[in-house]
Design a binder for this molecule. Structure first.
Ligand code: ATP
Length: 435
């Protein structure tokens, strides 16, 4: 068993000073209210694995909302509470959040009625969790600060790198856990236990996953596709027969796997270069995963996943538009020896970064990949210094000519035919005089 002192040592080693202070304060407030307080779930799991997890989940044996209110008053935080569930979120001034849950609920069904008390111990509460590795609790009250509570063999499974459910009906109770199992297995580099894997295969065979709501399925899929190694998780889902619950046509072949592997390379390349740029990597992986299915199947996939109508339109547009541009580029590259920088720019300028990365992964042509990379690293930042105001002062009446003239100047700039502001102005004047 892991000793209290070791847990405190791990906290000091892996958590910031601020977080450790907050944990101790949480324990003090617990003592004041005479309530046992625990940090539980992913936080405790990652602490023992020596990783960092800033999401603090607190469980209070007693009135968690009163606890959250008391803590929040002390620390100038706001809280959002759900009386019915006995849960609250403590929100710090810098927006950091702590989730608080009560293992024992006490609420009034109607005003004036006797309180309905639902008693449930910490152990019962932890028993409802998905996997043993998520059932650890760390006591925070000062006397026992750092005491590790392990009812279900979590430490053993962490040591053995095993993902294990707590009981045989786990996946029947909640089929999203099938996807969560894959996610934790791949993220932590663990192995789903044999019996647990059999339960998954059984749930697949019995069609329990059909009952899974689209929204929840989409949520799990997005989380998986946002992980560091989505391709491994996708392959694992395929081997467990999970992809067909997203759509029957989602069958991986070697071409599909090649595209997914390329996405990994391209996304890694992009993130190294542009840490500050926001790319929804899950969208890139989603486009790659569904790359080879028909448009109809793509539509059905989005429907199965309850993607909102607005977002579905966007995804379809990304897919169709990306494919069109890729085709044009590939044909042009195959026919001609030189492609101008302005061509690349005008082909690609209406595509989002997600689509750019997707088609960069999809193409088999090295030259086309280079064009896209040139656009992403250099061309997309290019603009001309002549503006609409300049054209206005040249007397150009409002209309589509503005766009045309500015594009002519931009094109010349991209191809290095003009470089100074004066050159650009001259070119704009010539262009205006031409028509
Ligand atoms: P992450 O690092 O991805 O946030 P996490 O372990 O915190 O991982 P969450 O999805 O945030 O995972 O869930 C928080 C906790 O709630 C988990 O540790 C898990 O035990 C529990 N949990 C979440 N979803 C389920 C579920 N479907 N069934 C049972 N327990 C769940």
């Amino acid at each position: 068993p892991v000793r209290r002192r070791e847990v405190v040592h791990l906290m000091n080693k892996h958590l910031s000073r601020r977080v450790v202070d907050i944990l101790r304060d949480l324990g003090r407030v617990g003592d004041e209210l005479e309530l046992p307080v625990y940090a539980i779930g992913g936080f405790a799991r990652d602490l023992l694995l020596g990783g960092k997890n800033d999401d603090i989940d607190i469980s209070v044996e007693g009135d968690g909302i009163l606890f959250a209110e008391t803590f929040a008053n002390r620390h100038g935080c706001r809280i959002k509470s759900h009386a019915k569930f006995g849960t609250a979120v403590i929100v710090f001034p810098d927006k950091a959040k702590i989730d608080v849950a009560s293992t024992r609920l006490e609420y009034y069904e109607t005003p004036g009625a006797l309180p309905t008390v639902e008693r449930s111990s910490l152990k019962m509460d932890l028993y409802r969790r998905d996997f043993t590795v998520n059932t650890l609790a760390v006591r925070l009250n000062p006397q026992n600060f750092g005491l590790l509570i392990d009812y279900f063999g979590a430490c053993r499974d962490l040591k053995d790198k095993t993902i294990r459910v707590l009981h045989n009906l786990s996946f029947v109770e909640d089929p999203t856990r099938v996807f969560r199992a894959v996610r934790f297995e791949q993220r932590l580099n663990f192995q789903i236990a044999r019996h647990t894997e059999n339960l998954i295969r059984n749930a697949v065979k019995m069609g329990f996953l059909d009952k899974l709501g689209g929204r929840r399925l989409l949520n799990e899929l997005i989380i998986i596709l946002r992980e560091r190694e989505p391709v491994r998780a996708i392959l694992r889902m395929e081997s467990l027969g999970l992809l067909r619950f997203i759509h029957p046509d989602l069958v991986l072949d070697s071409e599909n796997i090649r595209i997914l592997d390329e996405v990994k390379k391209v996304v890694t390349w992009f993130e190294l270069l542009y840490q500050q740029d926001n790319v929804e990597t899950w969208v890139v992986y989603f486009l790659a995963l569904t790359s080879l299915v028909s448009d109809d199947s793509f539509w059905e996939t989005c429907t199965r996943l309850s993607v909102s109508e607005h977002y579905r339109e966007r995804l379809i547009d990304m897919r169709v538009h990306g494919e069109q541009v890729l085709k044009v580029m590939e044909q042009k590259a195959a026919r001609e020896n030189t492609v101008r920088r302005s061509d690349i720019f005008f082909w690609l300028r209406s595509l989002s970064l997600e689509v750019l990365l997707y088609i960069m992964a999809k193409t088999r042509r090295e030259d086309v990949r280079k064009f896209i990379s040139l656009y992403v690293t250099q061309l997309r930042g290019v603009s001309c210094s002549v503006t609409g105001d300049d054209l206005k002062s040249m007397g150009l009446p409002p209309g589509p000519r503005y766009r045309e003239v500015l594009d002519v100047v931009l094109k010349a700039r991209l191809n290095g035919e003009v470089s100074t502001h004066a050159d650009e102005l001259l070119l704009a004047r010539q262009e205006l005089a031409r028509k």
